[in-house]
Design a protein around this ligand. Structure first.
Ligand code: NAD
Ligand code: USQ
Length: 382
């Protein structure tokens, strides 16, 4: 297949590009490298050294089985994006290219407006280009489990069948997103759903949970192929942060009571889920939703697990319950369906002590580079 990966220089996009390339697909990554600008803006950095986009692409071209190209394009630039799509003519477009941090979107009005403009306009441009240029192409869009929020009933995969005043219908599952970033994903979903209905496009919205892990088989093949490892308060996510905190002998930062429960997925499973979606495209006119996570954990349970594995490594990790910088339920019901990717062949890599140990040890190798002053949360929702 010919697969265009937007956001292909990012944490999920880069390993996905390498994995699919190694499977023999023709790949083009498209990215404006704005994520690297945000590092400079915020004074943060990946814990693992990462090569420039051109350097890593050049290195991978030595291993790629098919075409492996790169486009330096901003998704908001309609003409440049249209040109790239028309030139590459993809069978599938995997769309990762968005501002994906909830705290970044909550810094202030400017960052909220930027996040929603960047994400919604980029996706909207892509939908119009697909309509005009590649109407049969399959859009594989990265959504988020956060679109659903934490309702007091089971979460289904995209749709809910309800009975109301004696009538029944299957409707989009209600959305209660917890940040300006998560809201941008909801707006995207609505735009994509409408485009499938109005223009007969085909799309899969992958409502992904929190991703953990850093490297994959492919990113380990050469230091220039290394993936980024975020641990700061803005771009670091729960489990990865806890592992770096343990390695740095910094207390594990549980926000509030820690009963916040989320779906989690190993990065190795992320890349496989994308492959599964690409090999099993949605039908023309179909807006399909898969919940892309493999296990549910509360943040307190994850912190305790990291604490236990740390002890085996001779590290006495302390768990600190901070005043929660976010507005979110700290104890709640959470049970979300996630069977569709399993039915299509996903064999999950469930969280193991070994994985946690490897992340702590990897962080320990870069202990001197850990910027301790970027760990504690300063961005608040209120
Ligand atoms: P990331 O920030 O590491 O990568 C995103 C990439 O998109 C970056 O390289 C960035 O430069 C690029 N980008 C952003 N805006 C762009 C634009 N306007 N034009 C061109 N390129 C642009 O993020 P990630 O962790 O790889 O996440 C990728 C996607 O997966 C996001 O859409 C995110 O919402 C979703 N997701 C991520 C997680 C997670 O835990 N990391 C979980 C669920 C969903
Ligand atoms: N949390 C802590 N301590 C920390 C960091 C986070 O307790 O040090 C808590 C948060 O309060 C939250 C939960 O852990 O309750 C998850 O936070 P996170 O920062 O790990 O993840 P989140 O903000 O939800 O965002 C991440 C990605 C985003 C993706 C989302 C999937 O950055 O792109 O959409 O995970 S989901 O959570 O399913 O919405």
């Amino acid at each position: 297949m010919r697969i265009l990966i937007t956001g292909g220089d990012g944490f999920c996009g880069w390993p996905t590009a390498l994995y699919l390339s190694r499977k023999g697909h023709d790949i083009a990554i498209l990215d404006n490298q704005i994520r690297r600008d945000w590092d400079r803006e915020l004074g943060i950095a990946s814990l693992t050294p990462i090569a420039s986009m051109d350097e890593r692409v050049h290195e991978w071209q030595k291993y790629a089985k098919g075409a492996f190209e790169a486009y330096h394009v901003d998704m908001r630039d309609y003409d440049a994006l249209a040109h790239a799509v028309a030139q590459f003519v993809p069978d599938a477009i995997v769309h990762f290219a968005e501002q994906r941090s909830a705290p970044y979107s909550m810094i202030d009005r400017e960052h909220a407006v930027f996040t929603q403009t960047n994400n919604i306009v980029g996706t909207l441009n892509l939908l119009y280009i697909m309509k005009e240029v590649v109407p049969d192409c399959h859009l594989i869009k990265l959504g988020t489990m956060g679109e659903y929020g934490t309702p007091n009933i089971d979460i289904e995969e995209g749709y809910l069948t309800i009975e109301y005043k004696g009538r029944q219908d299957t409707l989009p599952y209600p959305k209660q997103p917890p940040s300006m970033y998560h809201l941008s994903k909801v707006h995207d979903s609505h735009n994509i759903m409408f485009s499938c209905r109005a223009w007969n496009l085909r799309a899969t919205d992958l409502n992904q949970g929190v991703v953990y892990g850093v490297q994959t088989d492919e990113t380990r093949m050469h230091p220039l192929l290394s993936n980024r490892f975020d641990y700061d308060q803005i771009f670091g996510t729960a489990l990865n942060r806890f592992c770096v905190e343990a390695a740095a002998s910094h207390p594990l930062t549980v926000y509030g009571a820690g009963g916040q429960t989320r779906g989690f997925i190993n990065l190795q499973d992320t890349v496989r889920c994308i492959e599964i979606a690409a090999l099993n495209p949605a039908s023309r006119g179909e807006f399909r939703v898969f919940n892309q996570f493999t296990e549910e954990f509360s943040v307190a349970a994850l912190a305790q697990r990291v604490q236990r594995v740390s002890a085996d490594l001779g590290i006495q990790a302390e768990i600190l319950h901070l005043q929660n910088p976010r507005v979110e339920a700290e104890q709640h019901y959470y049970h979300a369906a996630h069977t569709k990717l399993l039915e299509l062949g996903l064999t999950p890599h469930l969280l193991s002590d070994q994985t946690i140990r490897e992340m702590i040890e990897s962080a320990r190798m870069h202990k001197e580079e850990i910027q301790l002053d970027t760990i504690m949360p300063t961005v608040t929702w209120s």
